[in-house]
Design a protein around this ligand. Structure first.
Ligand code: F6R
Length: 614
């Protein structure tokens, strides 16, 4: 939520900042702005709406060249998405400019204090409080780092702040608490950003920051200290993907590109984690095997799409390990006072590694002495850093706001974890594990096959474009797949969609079925799954009431064919792995409906990619 950039160096700062904001616009697109230091003054432009509005403003009112500045793309929290509320915010005397990601919880009290001192505020934002406070502090100390240290000592909440001072050339200063920030290390230049995508065009060397740290960058130095002024520990890392991964590569949308990247992404998640004899090798897990044998309960915690991946994981993990497994929405988890002991294993799933609720769930679990394993896609993010162990999904950057390859690679990581636990705890024989692993290794090729069959999905999207509501049904792991299919359609096509457990239909939702209502149904494998025939009955029930059925069934499922108004066939896989394939037509369907409706697929309204506030 909100993308932040800071730059100092030999390039044109405006170009670097605009380019960085463009690559982070998925984090928020309610407004965009920048502030540059030009000859001892701050020049700033900011505009409500997408980055294009800011670019137009800069053409109309250009800023002279500068080599030092900050930029921001906003997902509004306090104050509507207007020009005035857009960042950067300046101190009343115009000396400092500041951008912010997060929420300053005690802003009202500080604002009242500053107003009592005669400072006039221009906006309704919590951020301006920090800008005005910084202005007051720098007037006292004439030192941007010291002033920032004084500001953060007053703030409560989650924040990344990045600021420049008109009187201090060649310096950008940032502070971070519970909100993302990475440093990009260049030659004669340095970068600050919410996400490495912002500076990947210029450098692949980065530094991960810890909590409660202040970083000062000049063209030739990066100095990190803790909020209390002591020297801080940081971790340099190399970014293992390049610029092409952060570009559309000929696709109309990042989302479509990411859907088509899934075979490769899934192969990358599996890479290096399977021995020659088909056993799991998760050496990167920093949790002792002896400790994993003492686990008596697993709780999976995540939000949104990652939560649905967790729902699938529960079926697999319980089946393979016989350890009871619960799945919680991270936003509910700690408020329900969950039973956590030191023999509970908490598994969090997060593509971004920055989701605030998931992070809070980790902290809560560790306070109760549980071990936490994170499944995450983002190197250097807060969630993996605060967990006991991490399984990276290695999916490459996911830029489309709607998660696609994030979901399927999370599923793969969950399957790997489940099988690893079964291996360590001896609940599956080695050959059983090897045979499941062999099935997983075939998934990329089977995903390619599903993608080749996508024409019928595109045709279906054209047919259903004017529908008002669409239902998705499934049972067992088909149920979370149905929920995820419905979520895709809601979030990018703004179309009412609901996912239901097919067995629950008769307990209420069947009343929604009306003549012609489209219903997608995920059918479990024929012959090998006890639920197959029950789902076929569920299809007949909705069809008898006039529903138009779109049936996702495996190749050769002759019993499903007569009840399918449209059949989307899937290659044969074990039941537990079916969501990996079933979700692809549902992702493509949502992407195509949204495209046909003329919506911005990559930047759906009201959403942001990474939800860094609770
Ligand atoms: C939906 C979507 C969201 C995220 C959720 C969690 O397409 O992307 O529901 O899955 O916000 O995000 P992460 O995985 O970054 O914690």
């Amino acid at each position: 939520m909100c993308g932040i950039v800071g730059y100092v160096g030999h390039r044109d700062a405006q170009e670097v900042i605009i380019d960085g904001l463009r690559r982070m616009e998925y984090r928020g697109y309610d407004s965009a702005g920048l502030a540059l230091v030009v000859d001892g003054t701050i020049e700033w432009r900011k505009k409500a709406g997408k980055l294009a509005n800011l670019e137009a403003e800069l053409v109309e009112h250009p800023i002279p060249a500068s080599h030092q500045g900050v930029g921001h793309t906003r997902w509004a929290t306090h104050g509507g998405p207007t020009d005035v509320n857009a960042h950067p915010h300046l101190s009343a005397d115009g000396r400092v400019a500041l951008v912010h990601n997060g929420i300053i919880e005690n802003f009202a009290a500080i604002r009242a204090e500053l107003e009592a001192e005669g400072i006039t505020f221009a906006s309704e934002t919590d951020t301006e409080t920090a800008a005005q406070l910084l202005g007051r502090e720098i007037a006292r100390s004439d030192d941007l780092v010291a002033a920032m240290r004084a500001v953060v000592a007053r703030l409560e909440g989650a924040f990344t702040l990045v600021a420049v001072d008109a009187h201090t050339p060649d310096l950008v200063v940032a502070a971070r608490r519970n909100s993302p920030l990475v440093v990009g290390v260049g030659e004669g230049e340095n970068f600050l950003a919410s996400d490495v995508a912002s500076f990947i065009a210029h450098t692949r060397e980065a530094i991960e920051l810890g909590q409660d740290q202040i970083v000062a960058i000049t063209p030739t130095s990066v100095t990190v200290t803790n909020f209390d002024g002591s020297e801080a520990e940081t971790r340099p890392f190399h970014i293992d993907w390049d610029l092409s991964a952060a570009e559309k590569g000929g696709y109309d949308w990042f989302m479509r590109k990411e859907i088509f990247e899934q075979p490769q992404a899934v192969a990358d998640t599996l890479l290096g984690r399977i021995d020659d004899d088909g056993q799991l090798n998760l050496d990167e897990m920093r949790i002792d095997q002896a400790e994993l044998r003492t686990i008596d309960k697993i709780i999976i915690v995540a939000c949104g799409t990652a939560y649905y991946a967790g729902m699938v994981a529960k079926y697999a993990i319980e089946h393979w390990t016989r350890v009871p497994c619960e799945v919680d929405l991270a936003s509910e988890f700690r408020y329900r006072d969950p039973i956590i002991t030191k023999s509970t294993l908490v598994v969090t799933i997060s593509q971004s590694g920055e989701t605030a609720d998931t992070l809070m769930a980790i902290r809560h679990s560790r306070e109760q002495h549980a071990k936490v394993i994170a499944i995450c896609n983002t190197n250097g993010a807060t969630i993996p850093r605060e967990s006991d162990a991490v399984i990276y999904t290695h999916a490459g950057p996911e830029i489309g706001v709607a998660s696609t390859k994030g979901f399927t690679t999370q599923l793969i990581a969950c399957y790997l974890l489940g099988l690893y636990l079964a291996q360590v705890r001896g609940t599956k024989f080695g050959d059983e594990i090897a045979s499941l692993v062999a099935e997983l290794e075939q998934i990329p090729a089977k995903m390619e096959e599903v993608l080749k069959r996508s024409d019928s999905v595109l045709e279906l999207a054209r047919d259903l474009i004017d529908e008002q509501s669409i239902l998705f049904l499934g049972r067992h792991v088909g149920y979370p797949a149905a929920l995820e299919g419905a979520l895709k359609l809601k979030e990018i096509a703004y179309l009412h969609a609901e996912g239901f457990a097919a067995g629950e239909l008769k307990h209420g939702p069947i009343a929604l079925i009306d003549e012609g209502l489209p219903v997608f149904i995920v059918v479990p494998p024929q012959g090998r799954d006890q639920l197959h025939d029950k789902v076929i009955s569920n299809i007949q029930e909705v069809r008898a009431r006039g529903a138009r059925t779109i049936v996702l069934a495996e190749d050769g499922d002759d019993e499903a064919v007569p009840y399918a108004d449209t059949l989307l066939s899937l290659p044969v896989v074990p039941t537990l792995f079916q969501p990996l394939l079933a979700i692809i037509p549902l992702q493509l369907f949502a992407c195509e409906v949204a495209t046909l409706k003329g919506y911005d697929v990559d930047q759906p309204r009201n959403l942001a990619k990474s939800v860094t506030v609770e």
